[in-house]
Design a protein around this ligand. Structure first.
Ligand code: URA
Length: 428
């Protein structure tokens, strides 16, 4: 008769350190033990670094994802009266797409429960952005999410209760240099998204200097793994690989990004943000089986804005209160005339982070008014002396380090750059 299998963290850490596959039951034991506190933070930190260095094969990755998902509840939105569809980005700079997207897709007839996170590494977090709206709360019980999906079609809420192991792992990866691990990104995204319980899922896999995956081959592998995990759990899943070598839109931060999302919802806004919103919406609607809806029209006719306003109001937010903007500002001007040739996403992300838009320690408050406004996008003509960037913070001492991050992070040339495709490829 075989009894329960017993594990210990040092042995499992050594297995991965030496490049071997973790046993299935050992993965379940680790994730459960870490969630309940039996496995210490130092032990999980060592294991995460071993995974970062040694990787996980697809079988381990699937088991790890399942264990993280099983650390919490799996929502069930059957019966909300609309097809449910989720979207997740693997993390970008200036990536405010979730804000207009949930409203557009809701206006087209689907329901989007968007379990979201806070900033991770240099990338922004949807919850930090949404909390710059006065009174907005992302802490919704599942029953409220369900009500909102039935009546409005959209909710942006804290992923916390869905995959609690991921909340701890996410915070630990952020402070241990282990964020940029393909299997850990795949498991983090998919544990939350599968727990969301939607019928379908569209993934925006970022590639480039401002993404966790810098190389196209890695982004392809990440997309392939995540689509495989989704399909294996019965969720119709598709991935787009999109460029993240330069920031999305003209703002990077928190409230500045919300303001830009509101411009898009008002029928304006930067063309790249509009294009990606519309394309992701088309993919989501196709997977949700909704034909004939026109996502772009919902931005022009105000129906997406109405959904966004209704969602914000339902979650306690007041769009009538002006969004915060850092009191201390500084501009960067052009030394020469020409064309904006390149803006490096990572440089702008680090500048925004130094200004206070992101965290240096877990649990730290972000500055909602901190961020960077980009006045000249790649390809735009530039005149010597004109403003290229405006920086905002509430803390004057943060300005010099932020300016230093931006220095060398952009280039003005005599000739315009070759335009790069925003949407690089689509997974089957
Ligand atoms: N988004 C997540 O939810 N997790 C990651 O690891 C990266 C992006």
């Amino acid at each position: 008769m075989s009894g329960p299998v017993c594990f210990d963290a040092p042995t499992l850490i050594a297995i991965k350190r030496d490049g071997h596959r973790l046993p299935d039951a050992g993965i379940d034991w680790l994730i459960d033990g870490y969630t309940t506190g039996l496995v210490a933070e130092e032990q999980m930190a060592a294991l995460l670094m071993a995974i970062y260095l040694r990787g996980m094969d697809e079988h381990e990755n699937a088991r790890w994802t399942r264990a993280v998902m099983a650390s919490g509840e799996r929502l069930d939105f059957s019966g909300v009266g609309r097809p449910t569809v989720g979207k997740h980005s693997t993390g970008g700079v200036g990536d405010k797409i979730t804000l207009p997207l949930v409203a557009v897709v809701a206006a087209c007839g689907a329901a989007v429960p968007s379990a979201s996170g806070r900033g991770l590494g240099h990338t922004g977090g949807t919850l930090d952005k949404m909390e710059s709206i006065s009174g907005f709360t992302p802490a919704l019980p599942a029953s409220r999410v369900r009500d909102q999906l039935s009546t409005i079609g959209a909710a942006i809420f804290a992923a916390g209760q869905l995959a609690p192991a991921d909340v701890k792992l996410y915070a630990l990866r952020d402070i241990t240099g282990t964020v940029e691990s393909l299997p850990l990104v795949a498991a983090s995204v998919m544990s939350k998204k599968l727990a969301e319980g939607t019928d379908a899922l569209v993934l925006d896999v970022k590639v480039g200097s401002g993404a966790f995956m810098k190389e196209l081959d890695d982004a392809r592998e990440l997309a392939r793994r995540m689509v495989g995990l989704g399909t294996a759990h019965g969720v119709a899943t598709r991935a787009l690989i999109t460029d993240m070598s330069t920031p999305l839109g003209c703002t990077v931060g928190n409230a500045v990004e919300v303001a830009e999302a509101l411009e898009v919802l008002g029928g304006g806004g930067p063309p790249d943000v509009v294009a990606l919103t519309v394309r992701l919406a088309q993919e989501m609607l196709a997977l949700a089986g909704i034909d004939g809806a026109d996502p772009a029209q919902t931005l022009r006719d105000g129906t997406a804005m109405d959904r966004f306003a209704a969602m914000v109001a339902a979650q306690g937010g007041d769009l009538g209160v002006p969004l915060p903007l850092g009191a201390c500002t500084e501009t960067v001007t052009a030394d020469q005339s020409g064309f904006m040739a390149h803006i490096d996403a990572m440089a702008v992300a680090l500048a925004a982070w130094r200004l206070g838009a992101g965290r240096a320690r877990p649990g730290e408050q972000v500055q909602h008014g901190a961020g960077v406004r980009i006045h000249r996008r790649p390809g735009d003509p530039v005149a010597a002396g004109e403003t290229l960037f405006t920086l905002y913070t509430d803390t004057p001492e943060r300005m010099a380090p932020a300016l230093a991050e931006l220095d060398g992070g952009y280039r003005v040339d005599d000739t315009p750059p070759q335009s790069r495709p925003l949407i690089i490829e689509t997974s089957p």
